[in-house]
Structure formats: C-alpha cells, structure tokens
Design a protein around this ligand. Structure first.
Ligand code: SF4
Length: 346
C-alpha cells in the first residue's frame, strides 16, 4: 500500500480544485503577492479582489505606491477596514524604494523587518513569489493543521508553537508556490470553520479531526471576552451647498490618518462653537445612531446633523478641516461608518 504523504495529497487536490486565476497570480511578482497578502489579512478573497484591482490600476509598482500621498492610499482602502495595514503598506513602499532600490528582499528574515509583515506573511511572499520552502500559518492553515493533527489548544502563541513545526514538516520538495496556495484554498473552501466538507477532503483518511467524528472540536475555542462599549457623538455640519465638514484624525489611534466627522462632548448643542468653523447655526436634525464593532470594542455612534450658513469669505485656517462635497468626492480615506453617514446626507 502506498505511504500517505500529506503534501502529495494536497498538491493532487490543488491540481483539480485549487484557485489558479486570482488576479495577483497573473502576472506573479513580489509586489503583487505582498499587496494581496496584506489585503487578505482579516479579509476574504472575494472582498479583496476588486480592491486589489483598483489598487494595481492606481499603483502598478512599488515606486508608484511610495510616491503617492498617504491620503490616496487610504482612499483606495476605504471600506476594507484595519487601516493600519494601509499605513504600513505606504511605509513599507518607501523602505523598499529607499533601502532596497525598489527590489523586494528575497529572505524571510529581511521581509519580517518591514512594517506590518509578520512571520506568516513574509513566508507567504517567499513561497508564492520566489517558490522558496517556507511554511505559512494564517488562520485557514492553522485550522487545517489543528484538525489534521488533533491539536485542541485555543488559538494563541502556545498552540502556534505546536503548529509551526508541523507546518514545516509537511513542506514538499518542489512546487512550493502551488502547495502554499493549496493549503490556503483547502482551509478557505473545505476545512471551513463551522461546516467542514470532509467528504471531499484529500486528507480525511489520516485526519484526526475527521476520524474523531467531531472535526470542529479542533482547534479549541477562544475564551469569550465581553467587549467593552464606547460612545461617540459626531457633528455633521452641512452647509447650504450640502458640503460637509470633515476633520483629519491624528496619525495614531482608531481611524488614524483618515478623515472623519468632528467629535463633540457637550450635552447641549448650543455650546457648540459654530464660529470656529466660520458658520452660523440654522437648524438641527437627529440622525439614527448605530453600532460599529472593532476587534476589541464596540463603538456606539450618535451623529447629529446641523444645517449651517457658512461665511465663505473666511478661509479655514486649520488644514485638518475641509468642507467635503459628497457629490464630487476627492481622494481621501474615509472610515466605513463615516461613508454611511455621508450617504444619508447626500
Ligand atoms: S478531513 Fe475535514 S477536518 Fe480534516 S482537514 Fe479535511 S476538511 Fe479539515
């Protein structure tokens, strides 16, 4: 009887069922793999594809990305979330251009020094772009390996220390690019979180999870933590031309470097200093409040709209404020909840 070899089974499955026509696979380059890998952190392939295509149209090379204003990069990231990824992307582009003469380093250790590039992302670039024998351990691969080997610990550093050597132990001698893509595809299409399709899986005969009859027991569940709730009141100042006042957020913290609506703390709106924004109050309108959830907390958003008359003779002195025309959007980064409020006003 032929000995079971994990990588052979995975590669044979990939031949017929793997994803071979993703936009970042044609043509393949370190830059395109890098951008796709950063976009795919915390985000599914179907969501990433249109963002990747728009990004490549605008920034076809690392040089183009490094020369772009951060606002333009954040603008193309709008709606994708986790904006630190876009800021790191921009920083990395500058480093690659200045330190590496626009050529991506080809070793995992050097790639790992770039902002926002962890061990698994660096390994994915090495394997997918340079066909090097490096193991990845993204969320999908962790699940496949935890089930196949029956690793029951909850996701975290301790479980990862068990999974990394296992991931390396299965690497094939050839076809690293195909194998790496296959592992990601297997986790995304068959070994899915709540209803794994074990019947179609090339690993089932030797999979501890499948053989136990309860594959979803692996990996263990994360201990549930109650998420804290924060509140914010947002000022939606709309002038007679339907332009809306936006404020640039500080570089660090939530929505860092993006344009948002000014926050206000006062309970009585008559305390709001409209003069600061060169305008006078006309009428007020309460908008629907809603919740936006970040990784570590919920944010309850209370927007209040004020129609104002603006003194257009006075120029706004603070460059962190702009009067934004939603009908003629410019290239700036806007968080998704802010886009939602702007669409109500529009
Ligand atoms: S047999 Fe099932 S649990 Fe095991 S790796 Fe395949 S899909 Fe996952």
């Amino acid at each position: 009887m032929k000995k079971f070899l994990f990588s052979d089974a995975v590669l044979a499955w990939f031949e017929h069922h793997g994803r071979k026509n993703l936009p970042w696979q044609h043509p393949i380059s370190a830059y395109r793999v890098y951008i796709s890998e950063i976009m795919l952190q915390q985000t599914q392939v179907a969501t990433v594809i249109p963002y990747f295509q728009r990004f490549m149209e605008k920034f076809p090379s690392i040089d183009a990305l490094s020369q772009a204003p951060l606002d333009h990069v954040l603008h193309l990231w709008t709606g994708l979330g986790y904006y630190a990824r876009a800021r790191n992307l921009h920083k990395t582009a500058k480093i690659i251009v200045e330190k590496y003469k626009s050529v991506f380093p080809t070793t995992r250790s050097k790639l790992e020094t770039l902002p926002g590039v962890g061990r698994s992302t660096a390994a994915a670039i090495c394997a997918l772009a340079f066909n090097q024998p490096e193991a990845i351990l993204d969320g999908n691969v962790k699940r496949v390996l935890a089930r196949f080997h029956g690793v029951s610990g909850a996701p975290g550093k301790k479980t990862e220390s068990i999974l990394w050597p296992l991931a390396y132990s299965h690497l094939p001698k050839i076809k690293m690019r195909e194998y790496t893509q296959a592992m990601m595809d297997l986790g995304a299409t068959l070994c899915v979180r709540s209803d794994p399709q074990c019947g179609c899986c090339p690993l089932k005969e030797n999979c501890v999870g499948y053989q136990s009859g309860e594959p979803t027991r692996y990996p263990g569940a994360k201990p549930t933590k109650k998420m804290p709730v924060r509140e914010v009141k947002l000022l939606v100042l709309v002038d007679e031309d339907k332009h809306i006042l936006l404020q640039k957020r500080p570089a660090l913290g939530i929505w860092g470097g993006l344009w948002s609506l000014p926050e206000f703390q006062v309970s009585d709106f008559s305390d709001i200093c409209f003069q600061k924004f060169n305008c006078v109050f006309k009428k007020k309108k309460k908008l629907t409040s809603f919740r936006h959830t970040f990784t570590h907390f919920h944010l309850d958003i209370f927007p209040i709209q004020f129609h104002v008359i603006r003194n257009k003779m006075c120029v706004m002195e603070d460059e962190n404020f702009i009067w934004y025309n939603p009908l003629r959007p410019v290239s700036i980064g806007l968080p998704k909840p802010i886009c939602k409020i702007l669409s109500w006003v529009k």
